[in-house]
Design a protein around this ligand. Structure first.
Ligand code: C2O
Ligand code: CU
Ligand code: CU
Length: 486
């Protein structure tokens, strides 16, 4: 067996005044793959350079992913059906980019669920390889969680049960098939799953067409318009907003609720409106206790933040650019006046009481560089589906100390916990930052970072994973599992 795996360690800096330096680790030689911790599939070799394709900014309108209609609504359950299929997308003018999709388009159809009303989704795998579906942020039975080893074979289908016994939140669904999750999500296996909560309707927040999900992700293209995967993630310098490069979005002069998702495999977005105010109302798992005005929103991979922008402050004709650092991502064009009956109340939804923690655990994420290629580790071990790392009694409240144990300069991580959510108690030994507010399921862990979080493991029994959500890292083994027991 050839052993030419190369470790790519680049201290690349993303463009933009406020960009962070990133060091990235990925295996670049597809011939060398151990059976457990490297991607199995031969993919494209690196052909790109991170040079961005020339696209004229703000010439295309940002689409809003369509809301999927149930194929059946019976006895209080909505049934949906989605094909997992290869397709093409026009991401660059005149070029067809091969993509993998849920339902045919790069950003999958949006499922709009409701607190208290279960959903069942049948996924039909029409790919020539295995895939699966994880509902990120969903509190779902283990059998429907899209465990990495629990995959849908080509030609097979599978029904996932989502009870929706949780408060309103912006969730998303994406592939989680072991070793291939990073490539699959990168090639397009991602979509929104929004839970509307009847308990929130009294708040009269913007709704309907004024409640808009926006999926942000990065991409690297080759000359034919193909997505380059096997290269340094720092070369994914093109940002897509709902699948479009630098689109515009016409808005009325009123309040909008935007549900921002960072669906990039490995990217920390620092979003701003050129100094203008955005008001954060929700994070990963739902509403914050009160709105938080911000001029910059930091969103790491898999995190969500909901913001309200009140365009009534700006005269018709105003154009407001949402940028990542200094890189324009999307332009809001205020095109017409409007009567706005929606509200942004001073208080939203109190967080549930925090039960006392009875157990404290450490979770250290790092890379092992001693061998022929990088292996991702949690507490010193690569992922092993046959090993239970933590056994947790259902109902327990625990404190987890999550550390970035890497000594490689510039390497960052983003921690995600399945099945439940958590509250950030401390960041790096101090107070949490604005991006840590509310109930979270994913949190960025900076270089030498230390996050202290508290979670209650109620609801479901069974085996669930927790991992780094820089998906190249989790495919390399930076994942572990817990078993919730009675
Ligand atoms: Cu977004 Cu384990 O997943
Ligand atoms: Cu990581
Ligand atoms: Cu692995």
């Amino acid at each position: 067996m050839l052993n030419r795996r190369r470790l790519l360690v680049l201290g690349a800096t993303l463009g933009g005044a406020t960009a962070l330096p990133f060091t990235r680790l990925i295996p670049v030689d597809a011939e060398d793959r151990d059976p457990i911790h490297n991607p199995h599939r031969i993919g494209q070799r690196a052909t790109g350079t991170g040079v961005r394709p020339a696209v004229t900014a703000f010439t295309e309108q940002m689409p809003v992913p369509p809301v999927l209609q149930p194929v059946q609504s019976a006895s209080g359950v909505d049934l949906y059906k989605i094909a997992i299929q290869a397709s093409t997308a026009e991401l660059l003018p005149g070029l067809k980019t091969p993509v993998l999709t849920y339902g045919g388009s790069l950003v999958g159809p949006t499922i709009r669920a409701r607190t208290g009303r279960p959903v069942k989704v049948t996924y039909v795998n029409q790919l020539t390889e295995q895939a699966n579906v994880h509902l990120h942020g969903g509190h779902v039975p283990a059998a429907s969680d899209g465990h990495p080893m629990d995959v849908i074979q080509p030609g097979q289908s599978r029904v996932y049960d989502y009870p929706n016994r949780q408060q309103g939140a912006t969730l998303w669904y994406h592939d989680h098939s072991h070793h291939t999750e990073a490539e699959h999500v990168y090639r397009g296996l991602h979509g929104f799953y929004l839970i509307d909560d009847p308990a929130e309707s009294r708040l009269a927040l913007p709704q309907g067409k004024y409640d808009v999900p926006i999926m942000l992700r990065d991409a690297q293209f080759d000359a034919e318009g193909g997505l380059v995967f096997f290269d340094d993630p720092a070369n994914r310098t093109t940002i897509l907003a709902n699948g479009k490069i630098q689109p515009y979005f016409p808005v009325a002069a009123r309040k909008y609720r935007f549900r921002l998702l960072n669906a990039a495999n490995e990217h920390v977005f620092r979003l701003n409106l050129g100094g203008k105010e955005m008001v954060q109302i929700a994070s990963d798992s739902g509403l914050l206790p009160a709105p938080v005005p911000l001029t910059e929103l930091v969103l790491s991979s898999a995190e969500r933040a909901e913001i309200v922008i009140d365009f009534a402050r700006y005269p018709v004709g105003t154009k407001l650019v949402l940028s990542n650092g200094s890189d324009p991502v999307l332009r809001f064009d205020v095109v017409r006046p409007a009567i706005d009956l929606s509200r942004l109340p001073a208080t939203l939804r109190p967080l549930p009481a925090l039960p006392a923690a009875t157990i404290e655990r450490d979770v250290a994420m790092s890379f092992d560089l001693a061998g022929t290629g990088p292996v991702g580790l949690v507490n010193g071990k690569p992922y092993d589906p046959n090993r239970i790392d933590f056994q947790i009694k259902r109902g327990t409240t625990e404190i987890w100390n999550i550390t970035n144990a890497d000594t490689i300069p510039g390497v960052q991580h983003t921690f995600h916990l399945h099945m439940t959510n958590f509250r950030v108690l401390e960041r790096d030994g101090g107070k949490p930052l604005p991006q840590d507010a509310g109930l979270k399921d994913t949190v960025h862990v900076s270089e030498n970072g230390k996050m202290r979080v508290q979670a209650t493991f109620a609801d479901h029994l069974g085996t669930y994973v927790y991992h780094c959500h820089f998906l190249e890292h989790s495919s390399l083994g930076m994942m572990a599992q817990m078993e919730i027991v009675p």
